[in-house]
Write a protein that binds this ligand. Structure first.
Ligand code: HMG
Ligand code: MG
Length: 306
């Protein structure tokens, strides 16, 4: 087995990926407190919001208010999603230092998500990247549906490798491989990461697992064994809807950190503060945390009150 990377950079995506599909109204103050608590828990990256069309993602229509309200902690980066030049202008006005651009390895999914095919979306990303780099921004890239697509089924690893290469050529310092529907298993995840790493270098590869089928932690471990040192996750396992079949959130950050620390890998994250943050946002949403560590904390609190 290859030695595991000693330090793992955890990218917290809860305020963006986690909240974007919530149907209930979440006020800006709650989002701001969530982000501040996450940075106080010393997450090195907190993806804060999206400058996408509010027609498409109404939940994040308050991106400006949220960014204006947060305390920017030294040591934490606050990237935001940007789909087009309009989004870039908004992000620049909000004083953003890092953006994330996104496309997919599936034509059908990409059309549903950004109303464009893969080539067209990569052209758009090229239009965004040039002025963004000129303005001194760092650019992270996402590829969705890397291990399967809800519309097309099987996705060819060759397409993922090609899209990852083109994102890197467009100026992305890192490409996050998104298992959007949580369909992958460890051997497939490892095989894909090896293929992408052979093209762009493993230091540029991040992984992003939704936990729909309970495979996310196992998939992460398989990718760490391939040398991946950046992992996306979402506090309290936010994302999707617990009442909608098949729509679940990302791997819960608390459970990820527990595994990494248990294996002696450094993250810099304060796990207790993170668990508290998961309880905070779960209370605000009126539900139990999806993370196992959050559930243990809830049970322990209930037993204390008996
Ligand atoms: P479109 O409808 O083709 O574009 O959407 P449009 O230019 O016709 O714009 C439609 C309306 O939105 C117009 O307003 C625009 O002005 C406005 P109207 O004239 O109708 O009043 N508009 C904007 N407003 C504010 N900011 C903007 C902006 N752009 C347009 N930036 C578009 C194309 C790309 C804009 C749209 O499809 C979109 O915003 N999509 C975003 C979808 C999204 O955010 N999906 C979730 C993120 S990806 C993800 O979750 C996967 C990931 O987690 C990895 C994984 O898990 O796989 C990253
Ligand atoms: Mg996602």
């Amino acid at each position: 087995m290859t030695a595991l990377p000693e330090k793992i950079r955890v990218v917290e995506v809860g305020p963006r990926d986690g909240l974007q599909s919530e149907t209930q109204l979440i006020d800006s103050a709650t989002k701001i407190e969530l982000i501040n608590r996450l940075s106080s828990a010393r997450l090195p990256v907190v993806e804060a919001t999206s400058f996408v069309s509010p027609r498409w993602i109404p939940q994040l229509a308050d991106a400006e208010e949220v960014l204006a309200g947060i305390d920017r902690r030294p040591g934490t980066d606050y990237p935001v999603l940007v789909p087009n030049l309009r989004g870039l202008e908004r992000a620049l006005s909000a004083g953003v230092r890092e953006i994330a651009v996104f496309t997919a390895a599936s034509e059908a999914f990409n059309r549903k998500n950004v109303n464009a095919g893969i080539d067209e979306s990569l052209d758009r990303i090229g239009e965004i990247a040039a002025p963004a780099l000129k303005a001194g921004l760092r650019i992270r890239g996402y590829v969705s549906c890397v291990l399967g697509c809800p519309y097309e089924g099987r996705v060819s690893p060759d397409v993922v490798v090609d899209v990852a290469r083109r994102l890197t050529q467009a100026g992305c310092y890192e490409v996050s491989l998104g298992d959007t529907i949580g369909i992958g298993t460890p051997a497939a995840a490892r095989g894909l990461v090896d293929a992408v790493a052979a093209e762009i270098g493993v230091q540029r590869v991040a992984v992003h697992f939704h936990d729909t089928r309970g495979q996310a932690l196992a998939n992460v471990l398989a990718c760490l064994q391939a040398g991946v040192a950046t992992v996306d996750a979402s506090v309290a396992g936010l994302g999707g809807c617990p009442y909608a079949r098949g729509a679940t959130g990302n791997l819960a950050t608390e459970d990820l950190i527990y595994m990494l620390h248990g294996m002696g890998l450094e993250t810099g994250v304060d796990l207790d503060a993170l668990i508290e943050t998961g309880l905070f946002i779960s209370r605000a949403l009126g539900r139990h945390p999806v993370s196992r560590l959050g559930q243990i904390a809830v049970l322990a609190a209930e037993q204390d009150t008996i």
